[in-house]
Design a protein around this ligand. Structure first.
Ligand SMILES: Cc1cc2nc3c(=O)[nH]c(=O)nc-3n(C[C@H](O)[C@H](O)[C@H](O)COP(=O)(O)O)c2cc1C
Length: 203
């Protein structure tokens, strides 16, 4: 089957593409309004887009354009907290559409840890937090808005760190989760395999 986007219903394209580009990591974003109101919410249109400098991209639905996107536009800063099996349930609660002046961190018992370089706090229950500054906002002319951020600091829980010879991070202890297609389906990151990059023979 061929699905030209312009001739396919919006809902069908949305369902299809969300079921095809999987798994998607989840950015659990903390942000702060110009007035100092803190916000936390979940975003799976998210990934890192490069490592030098480290950059990330997050997609916001204009239809839902709510507190997080508004805060980032106002202040230019945000924190991406990575979601693990332990924090999956509370991450899900923070996706509720609560008013801008309600702090989801307080509402759902999340502890705030001060960030070192940006105003929004980190979520202390998350083992990894990436402090980011807004590089660019891309308007698609339709429902979706894309924000590209530069990662300016990484905070990693000590228990996850191992030596460089083992790729720095203990993946078994980290256990991040990701979003699959279909409503409410997630994946773990524990079923992995190793494949070395090929090299051209010297001759
Ligand atoms: C796992 C998960 C992933 C989500 N991904 C996105 C996303 O990528 N973009 C988006 O606009 N909303 C996404 N949502 C919905 C937002 O979390 C929801 O609209 C939230 O209320 C936005 O909060 P805010 O108003 O505080 O920014 C997602 C929700 C969940 C549970």
């Amino acid at each position: 089957m061929d699905y030209p986007v312009a001739e396919t219903g919006r809902a069908v394209v949305s369902c299809l593409i969300k079921s095809l580009v999987i798994p998607r990591p989840i950015a659990w974003i903390t942000s702060m309004s110009a007035q100092g109101c803190i916000n936390a919410a979940s975003f799976s249109f998210f990934n890192m887009m490069g490592d030098n400098p480290p950059v990330v991209a997050v997609g916001f639905s204009h239809r839902l354009l709510r507190n997080t996107a508004q805060n980032i536009m106002e202040t230019g800063a945000f924190v991406i907290n990575l979601v693990t099996e332990e924090t999956a349930q509370v991450m899900n609660w923070t996706s509720l559409p609560v008013p801008a002046d309600v702090n989801e961190m307080e509402m759902f018992g999340l502890q705030a840890r001060a960030s070192a370089h940006v105003a929004p706090p980190q979520i202390a229950q998350a083992p990894v937090s990436l402090e980011c500054s807004l590089l660019e906002t891309v308007n698609t002319g339709q429902e979706q808005i894309l924000m590209v951020g530069r990662v300016i600091a990484l905070r990693i829980e000590d228990a996850l760190i191992q030596d460089a010879a083992k790729d720095y991070i203990k993946e078994d202890a980290f256990r991040p989760i990701a979003r699959m297609g279909g409503s409410g389906t997630y994946s773990r990151t524990t079923d992995t395999f190793v494949m070395e990059r090929p090299v051209l023979p010297q001759s």
